[in-house]
Write a protein that binds this ligand. Structure first.
Ligand SMILES: NC(=O)c1ccc[n+]([C@@H]2O[C@H](COP(=O)([O-])OP(=O)(O)OC[C@H]3O[C@@H](n4cnc5c(N)ncnc54)[C@H](OP(=O)(O)O)[C@@H]3O)[C@@H](O)[C@H]2O)c1
Length: 391
């Protein structure tokens, strides 16, 4: 990055830009003890005295999502404006996003529904100075009334066109780099959705097309109509469903894969314990596998992850992200964080290597401690496998 293009000091972080960069640099510098940042982590948890062999260029090694080329780890921006509490505050999140750019992240994820709307505005503002260096992904697919989500899906062509115009305005960009359908609309044939996005590509408003949580047939039908660059599904040690059909279809068709929830909404970072309870306004209070009894049972599963991380000399967040990246070279996780220390830690995952033997052993060990509880309370509506109806 050109030194002159760096933003002015971030505000609202409670630290100077120089401090922030030195923290992030600590996690990225060659063979620096992670203990150095662990002492400063706001959660106070230990990340061990391990060292990570990494260099500032690790994160900049790019990966391909179809025809797109992005950093090997992206940044999920959702929790800046919604779902997980406490919210960070606008200036703090803008500084976190800009720190990510400074450290080589070129892939940023937002959506119309996050907020709704305000997350796109924040991401647009944060990335405006770097517009030509970054890939911004956003999503459409939900219905609104008087500016509020109704809970229904809506991928009707006129609604997609309207959503795209709104996203372009809020992101303050001329073109959307990657546009996902956020959830399959069972009432709209996917050919109509892909055809509408194809027209938007022709009109110069969209560059690449993606799908989030599609069923296998929908994915194939969409790709036949318009090349799908990336599928974005939940995927982590805790949620392995893409290992069914979806990853093999991606491989067959040359589609990239973007795991959302790659640290299982924080669970895989070790920040939760048996006694963790979420307030009713934190989305995690609705996730069955985080309900008290399941959380307790899932600590055995976390123990496996934790022992492996220790063996590798890295944090559980780094180990979880490295494992995802080791599955396929076209997988690009987008851990969500609103915290500069966590960002630095997560980017350190790009330097962690796992051998084929280790991957086999990890799989065998995980099979001994299955995850208890589903990822969503109503799989019929939100689980992948929902297919668009045929024309
Ligand atoms: N397509 C979809 O349907 C869909 C659904 C959900 C999310 N997404 C996208 O995927 C992104 C990531 O998913 P997600 O945010 O739901 O889940 P996630 O990345 O698995 O977890 C995010 C949570 O983990 C915490 N965290 C992250 N790194 C940490 C670290 N090193 N140490 C301690 N805590 C850490 C974050 O808290 P801090 O802020 O405190 O770090 C946050 O609470 C989102 O931002 C969004 O862009 C897409």
């Amino acid at each position: 990055m050109n030194e002159n293009s760096k933003p002015s000091s971030p505000q609202g972080l409670g630290m100077s830009r120089r401090d922030l960069l030195s923290v992030a640099g600590t996690a990225l510098a060659a063979s620096v003890p992670l203990a150095a940042i662990s002492q400063s982590l706001p959660t106070g948890r230990s990340v061990g005295a391990a060292s990570v062999s990494t260099s500032p260029t690790d994160i900049s090694r790019t990966r391909r999502l179809g025809a797109l080329e992005v950093s090997s780890i992206g940044l999920g921006c959702m929790s800046a404006s919604a779902y997980f509490l406490p919210l960070p505050g606008r200036q703090r999140m803008i500084a976190v996003i800009r720190a990510a750019v400074e450290h080589g992240v070129t892939f940023f994820d937002t959506a119309e529904i996050y907020g709704p709307f305000v997350n796109e505005e924040l991401v647009g503002e944060a990335l405006a100075p770097f517009r030509n260096e970054v890939t911004i992904a956003t999503k459409f697919g939900f219905a609104y009334q008087d500016g509020k989500p109704t809970g229904a899906r809506n991928s009707r062509p006129e609604h997609i066109r309207q959503a795209v115009d709104g996203s372009l305005k809020r992101l303050k960009v001329d073109v959307i780099d990657l546009l996902y359908q956020h959830r399959v609309d069972p009432d709209v044939p996917i050919e109509d959705v892909a055809g509408t996005v194809k027209d938007l590509v022709k009109a110069g408003k969209v560059k690449h097309f993606g799908l989030s949580e599609p069923g296998p047939n929908t994915l194939r039908r969409a790709h036949a109509e318009l090349t799908v660059a990336a599928v974005q599904n939940e995927y982590s040690f805790m949620e392995r469903s893409p290992e069914g059909d979806i990853l093999s279809i991606c491989e067959e068709l040359g589609i990239g894969f973007v795991p959302w929830g790659p640290v299982a909404r924080g669970f895989l970072t070790g920040r939760f314990g048996e006694g963790t309870r979420f307030g009713s306004d934190d989305h995690r209070s609705t996730i069955p596998r985080f309900l008290p009894d399941n959380m307790k049972a899932n600590m055995a599963f976390f123990g496996v992850v934790s022992r492996w991380a220790e063996r590798k000399g890295v944090t559980t967040a780094q180990f979880s992200l490295a494992w995802l990246m080791a599955q396929k070279p076209w997988i690009v996780p987008i851990p969500g964080t609103t915290d500069p220390w966590h960002l630095a830690e997560n980017l350190g995952a790009a330097a962690v290597r796992l051998t084929a033997d280790e991957l086999r052993q990890i799989a065998a060990d995980l099979a001994q401690a299955p995850v208890v509880g589903p990822r969503v309370s109503n799989p019929a509506t939100t689980h992948n496998g929902v297919e668009a109806r045929r024309r």
